[in-house]
Write a protein that binds this ligand. Structure first.
Ligand SMILES: [Zn+2]
Length: 322
């Protein structure tokens, strides 16, 4: 279990002990924040027949309950065979109305083994509008002894009516050096701006190397106009292309604004850049990232190519102002 989840675990444990766990729970957190882990632990604790107190030394956030892993309930759950729990699996990147109707049908049945029925919706973000509306009914008229857990990486994509009917638990992973300690990464590879989305670079030397090359090429492109085709190629080839464009631009902005006390070469290099230009580029990139969240891979390729054209135009415009 990720160590920063102890706070939420303690909070849920408190609710379970007091018998006032909310009927609808929405856990939100960025990719890698551990929301799946937290939800699985929560469901195991809810369903376990003989929960135990966690004896681990760090109880600074409060007492944490743990499933026993021994009882019949725990064993069936671990085998995905527990009849009173259902996980809603998305098909083809969409969660349709049929899946949600199955949830209400599941809740209408009486529990078979335990007393509480639980449903987990791991990708609440990709519900269709029809599905979300169907879910609203279930949330508005909770059946007895039922708990529904929704997970979301992008809370903004959920209907506000759904959010308002759930109790929200937001995971806020640490950043910077504290994150490095949590995930056992050398602090040499991190800075105050390091966050969880950088995990691929932090945990793989190959990816880190790839990013370095990417950033150098990108800086060359925006300062000298060189290597444009390489940047297009690299952005499209990497699963992190869009995020890397944002990261490299943020890095350049820190350098251009003198916000960094690290005298690394890329940052001093970026003082060559105009702050307004970088800001325009940054805004284009973040707008594209927001758009990409609802698109398929084919369309992402299209908007990425369009983004590079937009950056070209920003750079040409800057030149014409000189
Ligand atoms: Zn158990």
């Amino acid at each position: 279990m990720k160590s920063w989840l102890a706070k939420e675990q303690a909070l849920f444990s408190q609710h379970i002990t007091a018998g006032n766990l909310p009927h609808a729970i929405l856990i939100s957190g960025v990719k890698g924040s551990g929301k799946e882990e937290l939800a699985n632990w929560l469901i195991q604790v809810i369903q376990c027949n003989q929960v135990v107190q966690d004896n681990s030394p760090d109880q600074s956030q409060g007492n944490i309950l743990q499933p026993c892993h021994q009882c019949k309930h725990c064993k069936l759950l671990l085998k995905n065979n527990y009849p009173d729990h259902s996980t809603v699996v998305a098909e083809k990147n969409l969660l349709g109305v049929d899946s949600v109707r199955k949830v209400s049908a599941f809740f209408e049945r009486t529990a078979q083994i335990g007393t509480i029925k639980t449903v987990l919706i791991p990708q609440a973000d990709i519900m269709t509008v029809a599905a979300a509306n169907a879910l609203l009914k279930t949330l508005e008229e909770p059946s007895d002894n039922s708990i529904i857990v929704l997970l979301s990486g992008e809370r903004d994509t959920l209907l506000p009516t759904i959010i308002s009917r759930c109790r929200l638990f937001e995971i806020r992973p640490p950043s910077g050096d504290i994150l490095a300690q949590h995930i056992n990464v050398s602090a040499n590879n991190t800075n105050a701006f390091t966050n969880l989305s950088h995990l691929p670079e932090l945990s793989s030397a190959d990816v880190a190397q790839e990013y370095e090359t990417f950033e150098r090429t990108f800086f060359n492109y925006i300062t000298k106009g060189e290597g444009r085709s390489q940047i297009v190629k690299m952005s499209l080839a990497s699963p992190y292309g869009l995020r890397w464009l944002e990261k490299a631009t943020t890095h350049a902005m820190r350098g251009a604004n003198g916000w960094s006390n690290q005298a690394d070469s890329t940052e001093s290099f970026s003082t060559l850049l105009n702050k307004d230009t970088l800001w325009h580029i940054y805004n284009k990139i973040t707008a594209t990232i927001n758009k990409s969240k609802t698109l398929s891979q084919v369309n992402i390729q299209f908007i990425l190519e369009k983004l590079i054209v937009d950056i070209d135009n920003i750079l040409i415009h800057e030149k014409s102002q000189e």
